[in-house]
Design a protein around this ligand. Structure first.
Ligand code: PBG
Length: 319
C-alpha cells in the first residue's frame, strides 16, 4: 500500500489542511513598520496597516485564522494597555474587521497582561513572605476586563493565556455582561512553564524583568495535573482548549483528545519554530519535509487545529 503516492493517499489516516492552521501576528505602533524578530526568521512586529496586508495574504492562502498579540506604546504595573479601548490589539482588530480578509479568517485575541506590564508577568504581582508572587484574584478581574474589551473591538474568539485560576468563569461573566454573549473562549488550559517560549519574549517584548513563570504555569512533569486544569476550565465555561507547547507535549495532547469532547488546538510555540529554522539554515534538515512532518505529528496526536509560525509556509506547500 506504500508503492505509489496515490496508494499512500488512499490509506492516509491524518491530513493537514491550510484551514487547520492559525497564524500569530505581533501588532506594534506606527505605520509601515515591519520589524524582523532576530530569533524567528520570517516573523515580524507589524504596524496595523502591515498586519492588514499580512491578513490578506493569510486569507488568500486559506488559513483558518490569526492569533493576535500586541506591543503597546507604554507599559505600567497593571498592564492597562490590555483593556484600553484604543489599545494596540483593539486598533488592529478594528482595522482587520474592516478588511476583506476578516470574512475568511477567525480573529483570535490572546488575552494576557504580560505584554502590557512593566514587570513582564502575566498578572499583578506583590512581595509576599516568600518573595514576589502573582496576585491571582485581582489579576483575574483585569484579565476579564481585557477579554471584554477585545471582544468589543471585534475578536471572534478570546484566548486567555495567563494561567490564573478562575479566569475562564470571570471572562465568561464579563463577556456576557458587556453583551458579547456569542464570543467563545479558547482557554490555554494546559500551558506548561517552558524554555521554548524564549523567542516569543523577544517578539512580544514580554520577558519577566525578574523571577520566572513557574509560580503560575504548569510543571512539565505533570500530565494528570494538565487534565485537571482542562476539566476546571471546561467547568468554568471554556468552549475550546489550547495545548502548549506542542512537540515536547504530544502525549498530553493525546491524553486530552481521548478524554474531552471539545475542539482542541495545539500551539507549536516560538522555540519549536526557531530550533527547526536553525537546522534549516545550517542545511541539517530538509525544510519542507521537516516542517510538514512536525505539523502532522501534532495533528496525529489529536489536535484539531494548530497555531504555528509556519502557517503561511505550510499552506503554500499544501496548496
Ligand atoms: C503570553 C503568551 C506567551 C506565549 C503565548 N502567550 C508567553 C509566555 O507565556 O511566556 C508563548 C508563545 C510562543 O512561544 O510562541 N502569556
Amino acid at each position: 500500500m506504500r508503492r505509489t503516492e496515490s496508494l499512500r493517499a488512499l490509506v492516509r489516516e491524518t491530513t493537514l489542511d491550510p484551514g487547520d492552521l492559525i497564524y500569530p501576528l505581533f501588532i506594534c505602533p506606527g505605520e509601515g513598520v515591519r520589524k524582523p524578530i532576530s530569533s524567528m526568521p520570517g516573523i515580524f512586529n507589524l504596524s496595523v496597516d502591515e498586519a492588514v496586508k499580512e491578513a490578506e495574504e493569510a486569507a488568500s492562502l486559506g488559513l483558518g485564522g490569526l492569533l493576535l498579540f500586541g506591543l503597546p506604546e507604554a507599559k505600567d504595573d497593571e498592564g492597562t494597555g490590555a483593556w484600553d479601548k484604543d489599545g494596540i490589539v483593539q486598533q488592529g482588530l478594528r482595522a482587520l474587521k474592516a478588511s476583506s480578509a476578516a470574512k475568511k479568517l477567525v480573529l483570535i485575541a490572546d488575552v494576557c497582561l504580560c505584554e502590557y506590564t512593566s514587570h513582564g508577568h502575566c498578572g499583578l504581582i506583590h512581595k509576599g513572605p516568600h518573595g514576589w508572587e502573582v496576585d491571582n484574584d485581582p489579576s483575574v478581574a483585569l484579565i476579564a476586563k481585557a477579554a471584554a474589551s477585545l471582544a468589543e473591538a471585534g475578536a471572534d474568539i478570546v484566548a486567555p493565556s495567563d494561567m490564573m485560576d478562575g479566569r475562564v468563569a470571570a471572562i465568561r461573566e464579563a463577556l456576557d455582561q458587556s453583551g458579547q454573549t456569542q464570543t467563545p473562549i479558547l482557554s490555554y488550559a494546559s500551558k506548561f512553564s517552558s524554555a521554548f517560549y524564549g523567542p516569543f519574549r523577544e517578539a512580544a517584548d514580554s520577558a519577566p524583568q525578574f523571577g520566572d513563570r513557574r509560580g503560575y504555569q504548569m510543571d512539565g512533569a505533570n500530565a494528570r495535573e494538565a487534565m485537571r486544569e482542562i476539566e476546571l476550565d471546561l467547568a468554568e465555561g471554556a468552549d475550546m482548549i489550547l495545548m502548549k507547547p506542542a512537540m515536547p507535549y504530544l502525549d498530553i495532547i493525546r491524553m486530552a483528545r481521548d478524554r474531552f469532547e471539545v475542539p482542541i488546538g495545539a500551539y507549536q510555540v516560538s522555540g519549536e519554530y526557531s530550533m527547526l529554522h536553525a537546522a534549516f539554515e545550517k542545511g541539517w534538515l530538509e525544510r519542507d519535509r521537516a516542517m510538514l512532518e512536525s505539523l502532522l505529528g501534532i495533528k496525529r496526536a489529536g489536535a484539531d487545529f494548530i497555531v504555528t509560525y509556519f502557517a503561511k509556509d505550510a499552506a503554500k506547500l499544501l496548496g
